[in-house]
Design a protein around this ligand. Sequence first.
Ligand SMILES: [Zn+2]
Ligand SMILES: [Zn+2]
Ligand SMILES: [Zn+2]
Length: 451
Amino acid sequence: MGRREPGSGDAGRDGDGSADGWPNPWCSCASCDWARTAGELRTHTTALVEGVLLLDCGPDVPRAASRAGVSLGSVRRILLGHAHPDHTGPQSLLWRPWATTGTAPLEILGPPASVAACRAFLDDHPDDAVTLTEVHPGDVLDRDGYRLRAWEADHGGPAIRPSLLWDVESLAPETPDGTGTGRRLLYGSDTLPLPDERLPTGPYDLVLLEETYGDGPPFGDHLGLQTFAGTLAALRRTGAMPDGGRAVAVHLGHANPPGPELARRLALLGAELHPDGALLHLDGPAVHPDPEHPKRVLVTGGSRSGKSEEAERRLLGEPEAVYAATALELPDDAEWTARLAAHRDRRPAHWTTVTTGRLAPLLREPGPPVLVDDVGFWLTRGEESADEFVTAFRETARRTVVVTGEVGSGVVPSSAAGRRFRDELGLVNSRLAAEADEVWHCVAGIARQLK
Ligand SMILES: [Zn+2]
Ligand SMILES: [Zn+2]
Ligand SMILES: [Zn+2]
């Protein structure tokens, strides 16, 4: 990796694990066992920008740099986000003066609690080469050809707040007025979801965003897959991540699904997963060369198979989406009303919901992506022919995800109406599958691609 001149457009990373790392060394869950077996070891989250700026320095970081084949000898600034020990590990400074480059000046910038932790260490281990600078939310500093902005994270107890998210903009050498036409990076770890008015504004070419606990229960002041998606959607909606802006998940913990499934889930959100030590070139290709593809997706499965969740995942990172609910509302049926409410509560607040039995007009009008849930309810309403719906699905200009049910793999319905419904749904499903760019099947919460 080595040193790169500011403005060369490269950002090297040395780690993207959570505080406990992934695998957690003490844990033998399936996710940790997978990580050990696959050799996918993730250490404390950090980023090394063009060899010069090191973002966060937990105790794992120097060794992870060595494992990635990187010397920290050219680092001139360490930017700390907060005083949790996986981000602020001043013990590593002990060995710097022993290096041949160890007398070069080093500035450590961070919020007051991080600076205090470093000062306490340096009081016992004095080092004339190191200077400490307190940074507060809203501060803007120019260093080494970069403009550094500190945004306030929502993270940590009162003793360590404020916590910071770092915004690093490369000031291209050809713009001496400092207008900053270079590349811009957001280092977004660690934080809870931020309200729109507190979101960093960018625009960013690359966002490293924490995604700590996957589908697990909320943990610490962190993001899981759902809130990671919501944060990406908000960054896109507010213009902080324009088209072509890349997102990479970092601060990954063992509540995440094993790597291949996590990579798939992140790709659905237009986000990337990389191993520890990966080198990211900002001029490289984005993961989604065509954000409109796949345009038409059919997701099928039995009841409680996870098919609705799988369909929703595909649109969670979108700045806007329309949810087309086809189920009839039955105000007299408390159990049914509770079911619909549970579905509604799971959906992001910024989605628009329409309740309809006529899907063709919706698919024919321009607009944001559409999620149809589901075909069985649409069929029972009988307000539109299968020809109308299937043709509109084929011809739609909108990204469309359709959820349908699998009936007929079990008991033969006892009534003629039940048997007719089963047959008609099977036929519509086959026609939709034929028109879809992708077809996915969910069983026991696991999604498999059929087409
Ligand atoms: Zn952390
Ligand atoms: Zn584990
Ligand atoms: Zn933390």
